[in-house]
Ligand binder design. Sequence first.
Ligand code: BTN
Length: 250
Amino acid sequence: NLTLNTLFVGKPVIHLPTCHSTNTYARNLAAKERVVEGTVILTSEQTAGRGQMGNRWESEPYQNMTLSIVLCPTFLKISEQFHLNIAISLGIYNFLNQYLDDELKIKWPNDILYKHYKLGGILIENVIKGQYIEHAIIGIGLNINQGGFQTPKASSLKLLTGQHYSLEELIPKLLKSIEETYLRLRQYQVNDLKNEYLGCLFRCNKKYTFKSDVLFEGKIVGIDEYGRLLVEGETQEVKAYNFKEIAFIY
Ligand code: BTN
């Protein structure tokens, strides 16, 4: 039982003890019937979680957050999809920042990192109508109490702080924080949101090694209006990259 202090996010919460993928569940539900904006699908055990680029999302049952939020950003054109990514990743960032210091970063486009460890990810699936987004399924996976990982690249809030957290207490805080940034997006504060997003961006404004066709030294200088990553290369020229066109080298 969650105690919510939101206006509409989490009203209602559909809690499934177990679920294949909350994103798939939400998508099927929204295809079948009218779903109220803010509806949350939450599960304690996700058996076929999906990540970006067709990857699987593994999460230890009962330890972490695996949920999807249905939003209706009908004010966003398809070309503005990335604005939603900005608002959501910032909402998650602000929530986690209450527990962690400034080593917490958003890795473009929307991974949540602490130092080099991935703490969580976002999978946004938009349903389009004409030129606009009709509704969006916001899938969020956050590692909270998981005690260990197969991969050295992942971590949890518990591993980082040494504390155990009550999901019942944390989930309302997450939903509130996402509602705040989403409402700001709805009020057209996208420029402010974008600046805040850039302020927490992993590897921004300093030289690092990247890989596109070849390895190169570059500096992230921003994102463009479509959400492409703007990287200044060795000869000071700035190029825009799509998600699959550039990789970070550690
Ligand atoms: C990523 O690859 O980083 C995105 C991971 C998103 C995982 C969440 S968990 C809840 C929701 N349901 C899914 O099947 N995926 C998302």
